[in-house]
Design a protein around this ligand. Structure first.
Ligand SMILES: Cc1cc2nc3c(=O)[nH]c(=O)nc-3n(C[C@H](O)[C@H](O)[C@H](O)COP(=O)(O)OP(=O)(O)OC[C@H]3O[C@@H](n4cnc5c(N)ncnc54)[C@H](O)[C@@H]3O)c2cc1C
Length: 382
């Protein structure tokens, strides 16, 4: 049995959430230990997603609640800038600006209002410029087009850079782990036949759609998690820029090396349990949306695959909750959900603050402005 005496925080799951949080905690000198069940890091949604490094463009105008849409968009902008700085080599096609389009003339004023409200960067382009930048676009269907900041990233590169940074800063990342005990002050796991033991003062469960299995086994509880299946289509690389229609039910396509990957806004089917099995009828809807946006050569294979997203709800709702979620399982035990990969840096900041305050025992006094009662917000008459 090998002891890890310095490690005060144990993180279960080496997807983008677990790795990003561990990276932050390692920077704070807390020697986090990340345990991953799979042989390799990032075995969940992080590696099966579209690899879209959002810049707020979609969420600022696609989420009905304007407050939530601005919040999600701004977190995406924060995460976007963070990942670009942290790991520029993960950005695919950095010199080709991405394009956003709408197929709906009617929506143009609303889209622009929402982007301006959230601070999303956009620049209108002409139809001619759109066709030059993306020769396969079906421009006759497009009502307006813009250059936007969104990028495509290789999530494997980001995860491996995070793992290296964690280890450089004194943390550990173990793969093929089987957890034995998972208690504050008493945790153990086995990795490649070696037993490890540590005394965590904080535990973070960042296990994506497996979270409730861990919570049931070790805390005899579950969180109100829902599963949403989404599909992506992979095809031969389409020349030109990444382009996405911002309208609900329309397609977007990004490029990874010699492949292009298409998805559809709002493609979330509520399901009872997580599964990566393709539902052909759902995949067909994305094909139909893609055929309104891009001309795919008839001889190019268009292959679907699926993955499950999760959200946390405190009341029944038919809409997927895109909020970052941090659930208090018990004192100094959190279950965390990033909402989107791009939001992981924001999630890591709030979790790190909580962990550091709990472990260092140093908290900040309230400012006078925090305790003064100010009553209801004043609504200006327009
Ligand atoms: C189809 C699809 C497309 C998406 N596209 C995008 C996109 O383009 N851009 C974007 O920003 N977001 C996108 N998302 C959302 C994003 O991928 C997820 O929000 C994010 O990856 C979730 O990360 P995570 O670390 O919470 O979970 P995961 O990536 O699922 O990681 C959980 C990890 O926990 C490990 N684990 C599970 N059980 C155990 C255990 N018992 N012990 C140890 N480890 C365990 C798993 O092996 C896994 O590695 C997409 C999601 C889907 C499904």
């Amino acid at each position: 049995m090998i002891e890890l005496p310095k490690s005060k925080v144990m993180i279960v799951g080496a997807g983008i959430a677990g790795l990003m949080i561990a990276h932050r905690l390692a920077q704070y000198g807390l020697h986090p230990t990340v345990v991953e069940a799979s042989e390799k890091i990032a075995a969940g949604a992080t590696i099966r997603n579209q690899g879209w490094l959002h810049a707020g463009t979609i969420h600022a105008q696609s989420i009905a609640d304007p407050n939530l849409s601005t919040r999600v968009a701004q977190r995406c902008m924060y995460g976007h800038d963070y990942f670009r700085r942290f790991c520029p080599e993960a950005v695919e096609n950095p010199t080709i600006p991405s394009l956003a389009v709408t197929l709906s003339e009617e929506r143009i004023p609303e889209i622009i209002d929402r982007w301006e409200e959230a601070g999303v960067a956009f620049r209108p382009i002409t139809r001619r410029s759109l066709e030059t930048r993306c020769p396969a676009i079906l421009s006759q269907n497009v009502a307006a087009s813009w250059i936007v900041k969104d990028l495509t990233i290789d999530s494997r590169v980001v995860c491996s850079r995070l793992a290296v940074a964690i280890q450089r800063d004194g943390g550990c990342v173990f793969t093929r782990c089987r957890i034995g005990k998972l208690r504050l002050g008493d945790a153990s796991f086995e990795s490649y036949g070696v037993e490890y033991k540590l005394s965590p003062a904080f535990v973070i469960v960042a296990a994506g759609h497996w979270t409730n299995e861990i919570l049931t086994t070790h805390w005899n509880m579950t969180v109100a998690m829902r599963f949403w299946k989404s599909h992506l289509l992979v095809t031969r690389r389409v020349p030109g820029a990444a382009v996405f229609a911002v309208d609900d039910g329309e397609a977007g396509i990004v490029h990874h090396g010699d492949r292009s990957v298409a998805g559809m806004t709002g493609d979330n089917v509520l399901c009872l349990e997580p599964s990566n099995e393709v539902d052909q009828a759902e995949a067909e809807k994305i094909r139909a949306a893609l055929s309104r946006l891009i001309a795919i050569p008839t001889d190019a294979p268009v292959v679907p695959f699926a993955c499950t997203k999760v959200d946390i709800v405190d009341q029944a709702s038919s809409i997927r909750n895109l909020d970052v979620e941090v659930v208090n399982v018990s004192q100094n035990v959190l279950a965390v959900f990033p909402g989107k990969m791009t939001e992981a840096p924001f999630l890591a900041d709030i979790v790190a603050r909580e962990v550091v305050e709990a472990l260092n025992g140093i908290t900040t006094n309230d400012r006078p402005i925090d305790s003064i009662k100010v009553g209801a917000p004043v609504v200006a008459a327009l």
